[in-house]
Ligand binder design. Structure first.
Ligand code: ARG
Length: 471
């Protein structure tokens, strides 16, 4: 935006409340209390809300049809001035609402002064924030779906790529890389559902609540709600102007996405480190070190992990902002905007960069496979094999533990032990055991919905794609 001007041309009369005051507001206080430095972003929604409000006033006969027309034309012109970067935002006019209203009155005279009939900045700002957030919410859902699609593309390539699955960051059982990626597709699916649900509570109209108690004019709130695409009105005026729970909920839901992506980032960082060397992240997402020439740092995942803290901070800020406020509106609420705006900005850019980063991941299949075959990842398969031969699971568990211990001592894999050796641990073992001890045998045996068998991963990918295209 253009730099915010302070204007000396304004005198006391330019303030909306000037009649009540004996001295002008101190310069430092003006700066401290103004929100124009950040709430100018609400301008398109402020104008949209004002036109809907003025329209309703004219339909109800509260202002004339002629006044509505000039208000509408004036506001649309202001909208163009703002878009063209020609609008002069004035600090003296405190916030986006007063800046626009003053400009309107300068342009069209008395009709402009009638716009605020039956309305307060309290219900106005709550409306603007909801309209803005509704649009952001849609962009977030679209961003989440794009990320899911690029995860699905990668999962499709790697539906049968073997990697070690970990518990406690120790090799546990073989899984496919595609299956691992699909875990994140599931998380993001729930995140999408959370944002869709959040929209229900965002999409209610506060206008009509006026300052806090409603208004004595014969307004029609339902008309404004339907003009602005709200599903209904906020049903209590005090609640309408004071609560920001919908913003907190959005920030919580955003925190949840960031938490999911932070976990994934942690994995990308580990996997791309030379110690793991499972994947390579395209250079465009990494930077080098100014001192160590060999380094290629996974900056993007590290920053996603870092920015997760920033979004959690916004959630804490918003929760704390609300907790001490008596009903109804308090100026505290002006502090809702920066955390909310930054949450949205951070999340949207993170989703975009992440979707692109998925396209920049290459997999070192040999290293993944090697790691999967090193950690006795098929030990559970051997136990299951014994169970299928009639041994109780707990006994089988103990037999395999002894066999693993033996293999550890010999520094070999279970599948390297000769049949005679394996039979010393359990006579039930015969040479069909080797099929079970292979990585592919282990994967293919987990052939049920939610399992890691490559056919199941393929089926999960198809289901996920259908889900995304149907929603
Ligand atoms: N700039 C204010 C905000 O962001 C607008 C509402 C001001 N209302 C008031 N009574 N001071 O919340």
């Amino acid at each position: 935006m253009k730099e915010i001007q302070k204007t000396s041309a304004l005198n006391k009369k330019d303030s909306s409340w000037s009649g009540r005051f004996n001295e002008p507001v101190a310069e430092l206080v003006k700066k401290y209390t103004a929100s124009i430095g950040f709430d100018y972003r609400l301008a398109p929604y402020d104008i949209q809300g004002s036109i809907a409000h003025a329209h309703m006033l004219s339909v109800q006969g509260i202002i004339s049809q002629a006044d509505f027309k000039v208000i509408e034309t004036g506001l649309l012109e202001i909208s163009e001035e703002i878009e063209a970067g020609k609008f002069e935002w004035l600090l003296d006019l405190e916030d986006v609402h007063l800046n626009i209203e003053k400009r309107l009155t300068d342009k069209i005279g008395d009709a402009g002064k009638r716009l605020h009939t039956g309305r307060s900045r309290n219900d106005q700002v709550a409306t603007d924030v909801r309209l803005w957030l509704r649009s952001v919410n849609e962009q977030v859902i679209a961003g989440l779906k794009k990320l899911q699609l690029s995860l699905l593309d990668l999962a499709e390539v790697h539906f049968d790529t073997v990697m070690p699955g970990f518990t406690h960051l120790q090799v546990a059982q073989p899984v496919t890389f595609g299956h691992h990626l699909m875990a994140y597709v599931e998380m993001l699916k729930r995140d999408v559902a959370r944002f869709e649900d959040c929209r229900i509570r965002i999409n209610r109209l506060p206008l009509g609540a006026a300052a806090l108690a409603g208004t004595s004019y014969p307004i029609n709130r339902e008309l404004v709600a339907s003009t602005l695409g709200f599903d209904g009105v906020c049903e209590n005026s005090l609640d309408a102007v004071s609560d920001r729970d919908f913003a907190i909920e959005f920030t919580f839901t955003s925190s949840m996405v960031m938490m999911h992506l932070s976990r994934f980032s942690e994995e990308l960082i580990l996997w791309s480190s030379p110690r793991f060397a499972f994947i390579d992240i395209a250079d465009r997402f990494c930077t080098g070190s100014s001192i160590m020439p060999q380094k290629k740092n996974p900056d993007v995942p590290e920053l996603v992990r870092g920015k997760t803290g920033r979004v959690y901070g916004h959630l804490t800020a918003l929760l704390t902002l609300m907790k001490g406020q008596p009903l109804a509106y308090n100026k505290d609420n002006q502090e809702d905007k920066e955390p909310l705006f930054d949450t949205a900005d951070t999340l949207l850019v993170t989703l975009e960069i992440y979707a692109d980063m998925m396209r920049g991941i290459t997999v070192n299949k040999e290293n993944m496979r090697q790691a999967a075959s090193e950690g006795y990842a098929t030990a559970t398969d051997l136990a299951d094999y014994l169970v299928k031969k009639g041994m109780p699971f707990r006994d089988a568990h103990e037999v395999v533990a002894l066999a693993v211990r033996h293999a550890v001592d010999k520094k070999v894999d279970l599948s390297d032990l000769p049949l005679a050796t394996l039979q010393q641990f359990a006579a039930e073992i015969s040479d069909d055991v080797y099929a079970v001890l292979t990585l592919e045998g282990s994967l293919n045996s987990r052939n049920h919905i939610g399992g890691t068998a490559p056919v199941q991963v393929q089926a999960a990918i198809v289901r996920a794609r259908n889900g995304i295209s149907q929603s």
